[in-house]
Design a binder for this molecule. Structure first.
Ligand SMILES: NC(=O)c1ccc[n+]([C@@H]2O[C@H](COP(=O)([O-])OP(=O)(O)OC[C@H]3O[C@@H](n4cnc5c(N)ncnc54)[C@H](OP(=O)(O)O)[C@@H]3O)[C@@H](O)[C@H]2O)c1
Length: 191
């Protein structure tokens, strides 16, 4: 059983808390008004918009040492809505990992719309959470939370794969914004 802190209590923070709860993990949820509260989880999910991550890390970075940090962000350029704000050969996860050298940083959940995490399904398919990171044990712990929450998990490889996961997340958002797929749908996976 893991103790999980989720920073951000919006759509994704609530959906991930519900998944973790199904696996009987303990969950602590922190929002903007909890800035002075300690993060007590061994696994910390950054469920905030990418522009807020820098501030969270500036505030809490030292206390995240030794912990597994889960980056779920899609670092969209909100001005143009036409690109990501991280360099094309990098990712939000790589930026976060560089800022947290003493944490084990994992990418997960960014290719899933919150509604499909909550429902457990993309159409007729069980929702699959794609995971990337350089630490096998950290990825396995995140995958266990996902599968205990009755979703599927796939380890896509090293932290370098976060770049592709962010591209998939970005494309899925573009398709939904253009009403070509539904916000309750998106990409499903047949293993
Ligand atoms: N929604 C999706 O379907 C989806 C899918 C994949 C990935 N994502 C990613 O998931 C992340 C969260 O998205 P969301 O849809 O859950 O957003 P959201 O519903 O707008 O929620 C964002 C949450 O972050 C909180 N927050 C902002 N700055 C904070 C800080 N410094 N400390 C603590 N909490 C802070 C907000 O609190 P306040 O309300 O108090 O500001 C709010 O609870 C984003 O990075 C997004 O790219 C979203």
């Amino acid at each position: 059983m893991a103790h999980i802190s989720i920073i951000g209590t919006g759509n994704m923070g609530q959906a991930i808390a519900a998944i973790a709860g199904k696996g009987a993990h303990t969950v602590e949820q922190l929002n903007t008004s909890d800035a002075d509260k300690q993060v007590t989880g061994d696994i910390v999910v950054l469920a905030v918009p990418y522009p807020a991550v820098e501030g969270v890390l500036a505030q809490r970075g030292e206390s995240l040492a030794g912990k597994i940090v889960v980056d779920i962000t899609n670092p969209l350029n909100f001005e143009t809505f036409d690109s990501l704000v991280v360099p094309a050969d990098s990712s939000a996860t790589a930026v976060i990992a560089a800022a947290l050298p003493d944490s084990r940083v994992v990418k997960a959940f960014n290719t899933n719309f919150a509604s499909t995490l909550a429902s457990g399904a993309v159409g007729a398919l069980t929702t699959t959470v794609l995971i990337a990171g350089d630490d096998a044990d950290a990825k396995a712990q995140v995958a266990e939370i996902v599968t205990a929450g009755r979703l599927e998990a796939i380890d896509t490889g090293s932290l370098s794969r976060a770049r592709e996961l962010e591209a998939i997340g970005f494309l899925q958002i573009k398709l939904a914004a253009a009403e070509k797929v539904s916000w309750t749908g998106g990409f499903g996976i047949v293993a």
